[in-house]
Design a binder for this molecule. Structure first.
Ligand code: MTE
Length: 426
């Protein structure tokens, strides 16, 4: 399953809080991003939320196409604007790693098709000892290669359940639970590239930026997709990946090179990376100020700290409305995962939570990974039923019955009520 290259303290909560304080104190810097500029963008994002649109619609979607290169057959994917959600029933029997033909795609705009031979990565900024340094694809391939299994997941995964399960009004792509996948990534450590570029002791933040088109929404141009992370995380377990499940990355997943930031919100794993700013000052972008924070009445005024580690979640490898014959013994399968550590326990209920049965785990708990599980089920009465799966991670966090709502619908972590039908045995 590859090396686990993750170190301690991966969630960087102290970093989150420090950046929030700095941001509120007006220390925002980076690509012309003044505090006033950010506040203007926050206003624009609030407008998007009110209009019920949000983080989705990009250039290609406006033309009625998702802007994704790989085939998106209806049995594997549900297309949502510029994005493609994996259908969970398509993961049944697929093994630990998600095959690339069914791995979800989350694009702010559209997939650029880049030629590895002409691609360059520029590492630059005041956190380096010297000038900007350029790497070619071959330069990266000549550095020591590392292989690591990691779950990649969108912070907005499960967003639609805020509305359908809780009656909350949120904006953004209405994912069910299929904006997640696990892959075996191969590439070089970001740490090795930063050191080769002359990382100095002054460096505090590292901001990769994608080569996809600029993201505009609601008349606001947010620029190229980019999001800073602290140097500590960048030097810990982050990869610059060029392979996924043993093959060169597909264009939709970041070809030729993308970041993989284990356990963190998917937006940190910038695809089609073209440059990385290494800064001696805190960096901010719309993706850690306007988006990917929690806003709303249940959160601090001005919003939460930028989101880092993903919450605990579970899903059945079943279509919504799947049918089961009454009186027979079935085997329910699913997966659970958490950015806060491995998953150590999964319970399943078929009677609205009145009783729970322990699922059998088929994988050891591992930070940055998921566990496959199964449980037998013998329904008796024909009619509608709701299945529930509840995971506990190694930090002791248990999935709640209700998620705390937020305007942009991030971090839905509640137990999902999965609708099925029990039918008469023919
Ligand atoms: N990087 C760039 N350059 N552009 C993007 O739109 N989307 C981010 C991240 N990296 C994005 C990006 C988000 S929100 C997620 S969840 C992951 O990529 C999705 O990766 P995937 O499409 O390979 O599944």
């Amino acid at each position: 399953m590859g090396t686990d290259i993750r170190g301690p303290g991966a969630c960087e909560h102290a970093y989150d809080r420090a950046r929030l304080r700095q941001f509120l104190a007006g220390e925002a810097a980076g690509e012309g991003l003044s505090r006033r500029g950010v506040l203007r963008l926050l206003g624009a994002a609030a407008g998007l939320a009110a209009a019920g649109t949000g983080t989705g619609a990009g250039v290609a979607a406006a033309a009625g196409r998702p802007g994704i290169v790989k085939p998106l057959p209806a049995e594997l994917f549900t297309v949502r604007d510029t994005n493609a959600e994996t259908n969970w029933q398509a993961l049944r029997g697929t093994g630990y790693h998600t095959p690339v033909d069914r791995f979800f795609v989350r694009n702010h705009t559209s997939t650029p098709v880049l030629d590895p031979a002409r691609w360059r990565l520029t590492v630059w900024g005041g956190g380096l000892r010297g000038r900007a340094v350029e790497f070619s694809y071959d330069d990266l391939r000549s550095l020591p290669a590392v292989t690591s299994s990691a779950v990649l997941e969108c912070a907005g995964n499960g967003r639609s359940y805020f509305a359908t399960q809780q009656g909350d009004r949120v904006s953004g792509t209405p994912w069910t639970m299929g904006a997640v996948g696990a892959a075996r990534w191969r590439g070089v450590r970001l740490a090795d590239v930063l050191r080769a570029a002359g990382l100095s002791r002054r460096a505090v933040d590292v901001m990769p930026r994608g080569l996809d088109p600029r993201y505009t929404a609601g008349g606001t141009d947010y620029g190229r997709v980019r999001r800073p992370m602290p140097v500590a995380k960048a030097l810990d377990d982050v990869l610059l990946a060029y392979e996924m499940n043993g093959l060169p990355l597909l264009p939709d997943h970041g070809r030729p090179v993308r970041l993989v930031v284990p356990s963190w919100v998917g937006i940190a794993s910038v695809k089609w990376v073209g440059d990385i700013e290494v800064s001696d000052r805190p960096l901010f972008s719309p993706w850690n100020t306007v988006f990917y924070r929690l806003f709303g009445s249940a959160h601090p005024r001005g919003g939460s700290a930028p989101l880092t580690c993903q919450p605990v979640r579970s899903a059945f490898e079943l279509a919504p409305g799947a049918e089961f014959a009454a009186g027979r013994r079935h085997r329910l399968t699913g997966r659970s995962w958490s950015g806060g550590g491995g998953v150590r326990r999964v319970e399943v209920s078929a009677d609205d939570g009145a009783s729970w049965r322990e699922a059998r785990l088929h994988d050891a708990p591992r930070p940055g990974g998921w566990v496959r599980w199964s449980v037998p089920w013998q329904p008796h009465e024909p009619g509608p039923a709701r299945l529930m799966a509840r995971a506990t991670d190694t930090a002791g966090t248990v999935q709640p019955f209700r998620s705390v709502p937020n305007d942009q619908g991030f971090f839905f972590d509640a137990v999902v009520r999965h609708p099925v039908r029990v039918v008469r045995d023919p």
